[in-house]
Each structure stands twice: as C-alpha cells, then as structure tokens.
Design a protein around this ligand. Structure first.
Ligand SMILES: C[S@@+](CC[C@H](N)C(=O)[O-])C[C@H]1O[C@@H](n2cnc3c(N)ncnc32)[C@H](O)[C@@H]1O
Length: 270
C-alpha cells in the first residue's frame, strides 16, 4: 500500500521548530557517541535538514560526514544551514539525495560509523525495504564498522488506545517561534494497524500570529512500529552482531527508558 511520508516534511522550517526539544535530548547523546567511537568516516541516513549532522561537526575531531536523504527540500535546508558554517567544517560534509533502501555511494565499504537516528527507521514500511536498507548499509560499512539505529520503544497502552480506530485528539506541544511572531499549537491523533504494525498519524498545526491572524494545516505521517526482538532480528539477519542496546539517550539499558538504540557491528572479516 502507498504510505504517507512526504507531506509531513514539506514544512521544513516548522519541522526544525517542532524538534527543538528533541535536540535537547538527543544531540548530547550523538556527540558523546562520536567521542567514544572516534570514527573517521560517518554516514547519517535520513539526515533531514541537518539537525544532528550540523551539531556533530562541532564535536572535536576531523571525521568526514556524509548525509543521505530522499527529500530534496530537507537537503536544501541542510545546505542553507551548512553555508553559514566555517569553511573547514563545510569541507567535511557531502550530501546525497537518495533512498536509504537503495543507495550506492562512492565511499562504499569505508564508513566506520553509519547512523539512523530519531525514528527515521519507521519510514521503512515493508519487510523488503527494511532488509534492503540493512543489507545496503552493511555493504557500505568497513569491516568492524558500526550501524546505530535509534527509535522509540513501543508502548502497548499507547498503541492499544489507537488500535484499529482513531485515538482521541490530544495537544502534543505549544511552540513559540524564535522571533515571537507566532505561537504554534500542535495536536495529534493516530490509528494503529496491528497487522501492518503501522501508526497512521495526523497532526494539526495551528499557528496564532501576533497580528491576530491564524493559520491551520494538517500533515499526515505513517510510521512503522518496531518491536525490540524484530529490530534485533533485522540486524542479525543482515549479518551484524549486536554490540549494545541502550534504552534512552542517557545510555541506560534497554527497558529502562523510552528508546531502543541498537549498535550493530559488521564483523572484522566479511
Ligand atoms: C524524523 S526525520 C529525521 C531527520 C534527521 N535525522 C533528524 O533527526 O532531524 C526523517 C527523515 O527521513 C527521511 N526519509 C524517509 N524515508 C527515507 C528513505 N527511504 N530514504 C532516505 N531518507 C528517508 C525524510 O525525508 C526525513 O528527512
């Protein structure tokens, strides 16, 4: 079936605004991960508008960073932001417009770290897409290289509330624009399909401008829900060993938080 994805990312500026609080949580984690692994060549899959990549450039080190995303608008926003970085940082970054299920980069086989942060794996809806992405990523890693996937840990109560029917609409966030010209209220409702293991989410973005005007638009997004054993199985079935699994951005063990952050490793000899 055709899944909905693009329209949610069409409002790139609002995307950046809505995920400021996510940045407070996950950017320190990714910085620390880069410090611990000290990679030389990093690839971020589904890099979006550079929320994580641009911050990563400020971690001490000189690793080369590649970013890959299927959405042109997100990549354009990344490039615009990158343009205001210093020349030595800009020179370390290469961006690719490509599908993470089917990519073939010139540096294939040489990345020592590939990351797929912030639920982007949930855009792999079909098993074929999931295997294709994992196998292609395995091929892009150097022997011993790591693949780190970060997604939410499914909450059964939360999902059952939307099982095969739309959940109640609830207010997710209230966000001030940086220059104070509007406040945005974000409402959400979702339906969980347990056979496809997909959440069909609708957001209402309601902007109240200082001028007294208001504006509203809807965006829809489908997200595959990964259960822990399923995600681990994907790693193992694609040739990875599992190095570690963290349960949140503070490095707690799986089950002690709301995330599942899996570190897969390509064997040294393969
Ligand atoms: C939740 S955003 C994450 C962006 C960025 N990593 C961040 O943390 O802000 C998901 C991104 O996945 C991208 N995406 C979805 N499906 C993709 C695919 N098949 N291949 C590459 N990128 C994809 C979207 O265009 C979007 O930029």
């Amino acid at each position: 079936m055709p899944y909905k994805m693009g329209e949610y990312y069409e409002q790139v500026d609002d995307y950046d605004l809505e995920y400021q609080s996510q940045s407070e949580q996950d950017l320190p984690f990714w910085r620390e991960l880069l410090t611990r692994y000290a990679p030389e060549r990093v690839l971020e899959l589904a890099c979006g508008s550079g929320r994580i990549g641009l911050d990563a450039l400020h971690v001490p080190g000189t690793f080369l960073l590649e970013g890959l995303d299927v959405d042109k608008g997100m990549l354009q926003a990344y490039k615009r932001k990158l343009a205001s970085e210093a020349e030595d940082k800009r020179a370390r970054v290469t961006l690719h417009e490509a599908d993470m299920c089917d990519y073939d980069l010139p540096n294939k086989g040489t990345f020592d770290l590939i990351v797929l942060p912030f639920n982007s794996i949930c855009h792999l809806y079909e098993l074929e897409q999931q295997f294709a992405a994992f196998e292609t990523t395995f091929a892009h890693l150097a022997p011993g290289g790591r693949f780190v996937v970060d997604t939410f840990l499914p909450d059964i109560d939360y999902l059952s509330n939307a099982l095969n029917r739309p959940s109640n609409v609830y207010m997710e966030d209230e966000i001030e624009s940086p220059d104070g010209d509007f406040t945005m209220m974000l409402y959400t409702t979702r339906r969980f399909d347990q056979i496809e293991q997909t959440q069909h989410i609708t957001w209402t973005h309601e902007k109240y401008f200082e001028s007294g005007e208001n504006e509203r638009y809807l965006s829809r997004l489908d997200m595959h829900v990964f259960f822990p054993r399923e995600l681990q199985m994907l790693f193992l079935a694609s040739g990875f060993s599992i190095d570690a699994i963290y349960g949140d951005y503070q490095w707690k063990p799986l089950g002690k938080g709301t995330r599942q952050i899996v570190v897969g490793r390509k064997p040294m000899a393969s």
